[in-house]
Design a protein. Sequence first.
Length: 59
Amino acid sequence: MCPAYNGCSTSYSGYALHGTYWHNNFGQPMSHGCVNLTNADAYWLYNWATLGTPVHVKA
């Protein structure tokens, strides 16, 4: 698996993209700013993205 949260974690200014095992309400506000992914999606993202891959998050 990825290095943090039992999934993938990339932090910028305290926000992260990471796997989540404690809920299954994806697409609903469940965080204070992080992007919660299924652990499978976090694992895929970690293996797909290279260091420096730009990430744009839009609400």
